[in-house]
Design a binder for this molecule. Structure first.
Ligand SMILES: [Fe+2]
Ligand SMILES: [Fe+2]
Length: 158
């Protein structure tokens, strides 16, 4: 209720923001941990969430944006998809490495954090602005429901 009054309840945009915060927190928790087993467990959780988020987001938000009449909206979606690929590659490489406390893996974690922060920054700035211009509130609400359903399916299949 209060959220609606301040214009913050915008369906999928709120869902995406919540996930971004959750993933950022998990990455910080991994960084703070010095225990290999704990790092591996947290990494797996973060990777599952992040990949499910990215896939559902690409389907529900990026796909219609790519069909927009507005060039800025289309290029945002194309750039965003490209960044998803970089994040995914980084995650898979890190997942395959057994030593998750060594300097090498820790450096890769820093790179992952930077990639995610950069991507989320643009998404919440340019992407959200484009989405607000492209879709009305009712559409954003509907997209939020579709996003959550799809994300759950992705997580269950992971
Ligand atoms: Fe996102
Ligand atoms: Fe994204």
């Amino acid at each position: 209720m209060l959220k609606e009054m301040f214009g913050m309840a915008e369906g999928i945009l709120q869902d995406l923001h919540n996930d971004h915060q959750e993933v950022a927190k998990l990455i910080d928790n991994i960084m703070e941990s010095e225990d290999g087993g704990q790092r591996a467990t947290l990494f797996k959780e973060m990777m599952t969430k992040l990949l499910a988020h990215s896939k559902a987001e690409a389907t529900v938000l990026y796909a219609p944006m790519k069909k927009s009449d507005d060039e800025e909206v289309r290029s945002f979606a194309l750039e965003g998809e490209n960044e998803h690929t970089h994040v995914e590659t980084q995650l898979k490489m890190m997942s395959a490495q057994r030593d998750k406390v060594g300097e090498k893996w820790t450096a890769e974690l820093t790179v992952l954090k930077e990639l995610v922060e950069h991507h989320v920054g643009e998404e919440e700035d340019t992407g959200f602005k484009c989405a607000r211009a492209e879709f009305d509130k009712a559409e954003l609400e509907k997209m939020g429901k579709r996003f959550e359903t799809l994300k759950k399916k992705e997580m269950a299949a992971a």
